[in-house]
Design a protein around this ligand. Sequence first.
Ligand code: GLC
Length: 650
Amino acid sequence: MKRFRAGLWLSLPLLASCMSTHDRTAPSGTEWPALRSPSPRDAAMEARIAGIVAGMTLEQKIGQMTQAEIRYITPDEVRRYYIGSILNGGGSWPGMRKNAKVGDWTALSDSFARAAQATDMKVQIPLIWGTDAVHGHGNVAGATLFPHNIGLGAANDPALIERIGRATAKQVRATGISWVFAPTLAVVENRRWGRSYESYSSDPAIVARYGGAMVHGLQGGLTGDGDVVATAKHFMGDGGTFDGVDQGENRASLRDMIARHGAGYYPALQAGVQTVMISYNSWNDTAAGRDYGKMHGSREMITDVLKGKLGFDGLVVSDWNGIEQVPGCSKPHCAQAINAGIDMIMVPEDWKAFIANTVADVREGRIPMARIDDAVTRILRVKMRAGLFDRPVSASIYNGRADALDASALAREAVRKSAVLLKNDRGLPLRTGQRVLVVGASADSISNQSGGWSLTWQGTENSNRDFATGTTLLAALRQQLGADKVTYSVDGKGVDPSRFDAVVAVLGEAPYAEYHGDVRAPKPVQHSALYPADLAALQAVSGKGVPVVSVLYSGRPTYTNDLINLSDAFVAAFLPGTEGEGLADVLLGGRYDFTGRLSFTWPGSACSTSDGPGNTFQFPRGYGLGYTRHKRLGSLPSPTAPASCETAAR
Ligand code: GLC
């Protein structure tokens, strides 16, 4: 299939400019944009699909709507139950071996694909395997990991995003997989949220500029050897839950839901994204007294808005057991979610019960057959558009090629562009010939450098060796300055900083994903309170007459005035991924300057966790220094952190 009319996806800085080239219906504040699918309706394809659906039994249709997890299903069960899709969750590998090789992935993919082609159906339907390659192919040892989205937002470079999508798609096709659950289009409001780092920005305009770019990068022309099916997620409003509670309640007005949380979807849909994943959150427009309930059960949002007004004609997939959160539903049973418009149910473990329950729901009239036929039609449409009926996934020239996992040069460029220089009163750039002391546990941790969704779901329980590739910042500094010039002390104790020309203190959060990363109110969000060992290491080396350059790995903007005051220079590096050399490049200056600009505001107090009223900011969105953009910062106000934000001023 020819590439979706690339010109159609627009960099949509503001909703007001959010008009597809089809529809000159500029949405008003409380009207959803009127969009139409950019994919030309292929009459021959639709007729072929209708013919296949007409020849399917109810069990075969429901099987096609089922997505099971690879730990909980065998290839022979895929055959016997007519399963349409499988996924590997975070930290799920072939044979549950973290160091599984590319060949192990493709062998498993081939076994599932062959099974799907061996059913007793009149027409065999190819399986599709989905995975969370959200910053490169995170589950696969040896794959280059890119900066997480929060850093990419700071790069402010949509073309870079598209290139990263292209590289990620190749990594994924190397392993026999052809569906990626990305991009996340969340527009984060409260940085307490554990998934803040999966968002490009708190500015809907940046998310809008990136949404279409990542879809194009991942999908390309959809049928090429290096193309995968992309996913706009999580629809809708995942980044706007009250107090940043993951899977919580979004209380936005209709106007705000349309303009802010929908901003990334319009360009992604216009770029031809073929799947949309539903969000766990609920939506309760408290100001208007209108409670839409859980997104997984909202017919208004999924059918009327997404499929109707926004013209989406691909497939809608639920999130991991997301249907159980619909009132009255359970993991294996939710007629309401299917009637709301979900086409494929991600039911990792309880897929057998789901099939039995849903067959009964149809037979007993709780789900109309027309809804089932629509769901299967959409699934087959996506599979045909992706070329799965014409060529097996294994036919890709990238299939089984370990070299396709390597995107280190591009990732290193992305790291350079996503680091933000917050302070440089002295100390940067580092110079060759300098004797440098490096402190901080994160200096030698690819895990802390990469964050969640890295080999494991949480990004924890990994050693540097597990990554099989990548460079810590410590190793990169040794490479660029000379190993004999770099001394490492994890805590800065027992070493005399005055014997050195500069100190680099690498501070960082421990990895996390989803709700594990929530910092629940009323707990203050202050790095030194959450990671006291980092503060201790910095205190051990600060004020000794030698410039201290601090580098912070974090999945969110976090209150750091106390740390910044102990530092002569301070870099917000977010979660750069495996290529620490990109940070060394900008710390040493030379060819590379800092170009990153904050895509979130940076808090001015430990209880300022959103852009809302009453919060104070130390640095605005768009802030970022460089060697040619110098500004002395001096000392910042750093009041003692409150024990609780319940009473403290935000
Ligand atoms: C998770 C996430 C979603 C991911 C899915 C499959 O719970 O919410 O982003 O794609 O499960 O791993």
